[in-house]
Design a protein around this ligand. Structure first.
Ligand code: URA
Length: 230
């Protein structure tokens, strides 16, 4: 198919944007800058816009990791172990993290080399619920539930968070479902009540549940039906 057709078929670009991207030489096919809209692309062509990989052009990989405490959601870190170092596979530099977790947060982490798939999973417009188990220092009051539903104003981003569903499980534990993934979002939400999060564990992202057979630090490839569910 023609490159301009491939790009404008994607939900993220209009025809006008595609024309601009090509003129501005921001599109690469198999590593080469391309401005000709008529160039033919195939399933195995690698297609990138700026730093974003739109089509990997080689086997796509999807992994589910049980992130342990004490590792960084990054591909490289000078001080701490990274989640990528837990993956004992070739070409781990191709993988990126779909939805980062803080250093001490545990649970479901997805790694892939498919940029479109991870975008669908993480962009707020998709409204896929991310479900966390939370333990806090102070008691969690019933009045929290309404506030989580109404949203929290985050001055730094100048936005109010989307409605979130909080279910109380015990005096200091809850299950929280949010549709965004803002920086330290859960901690900042509880921070509004001066209540420190002591334990945070991601159980689910949309239809994908952390496999209970995975111990912290272990990972497995996603099943085809899990990949298609996103
Ligand atoms: N919210 C946080 O505050 N930390 C995480 O790791 C994930 C969500």
């Amino acid at each position: 198919m023609r490159l301009d057709r491939f790009l404008s078929n994607l939900p993220c670009f209009s025809r006008q944007q595609v024309r601009l991207l090509l003129v501005e030489r921001r599109v690469r096919v198999d590593g080469q800058c391309v401005s000709d809209p008529r160039v033919e692309v195939r399933e195995f062509s690698r297609i990138e816009v700026d730093e974003q990989l739109l089509q990997a052009g080689r086997p796509l990989r999807y992994l589910m990791l049980h992130k342990p405490q004490g590792c960084v959601s990054a591909t490289q870190d000078p001080q701490h172990p990274t989640v990528i170092e837990l993956i004992d596979q070739p070409d781990t530099q191709d993988l990126h993290i779909a939805g980062r977790l803080d250093f001490n947060t545990t649970g479901l982490m997805l790694l892939t080399n498919d940029g479109l798939w991870s975008r669908r999973l993480t962009q707020p417009q998709t409204k896929l619920p991310k479900v966390y188990y939370v333990e806090t220092e102070q008691e969690i009051g019933e009045h929290y539930i309404d506030k989580f539903r109404q949203g929290f104003y985050f001055a730094f981003e100048d936005l109010t968070t989307q409605p979130a569903e909080l279910t109380l499980l015990g005096p200091r534990s809850a299950r929280l479902s949010i549709v965004e993934g803002r920086y330290h979002q859960v901690k900042r939400m509880f921070g509004y009540f001066d209540n420190k999060v002591l334990r945070l564990h991601r159980e689910r992202m949309g239809p994908l549940q952390l496999d209970p057979n995975l111990q912290p630090g272990q990972y497995r490839a996603l099943y085809p039906e899990e990949i298609q569910a996103i």
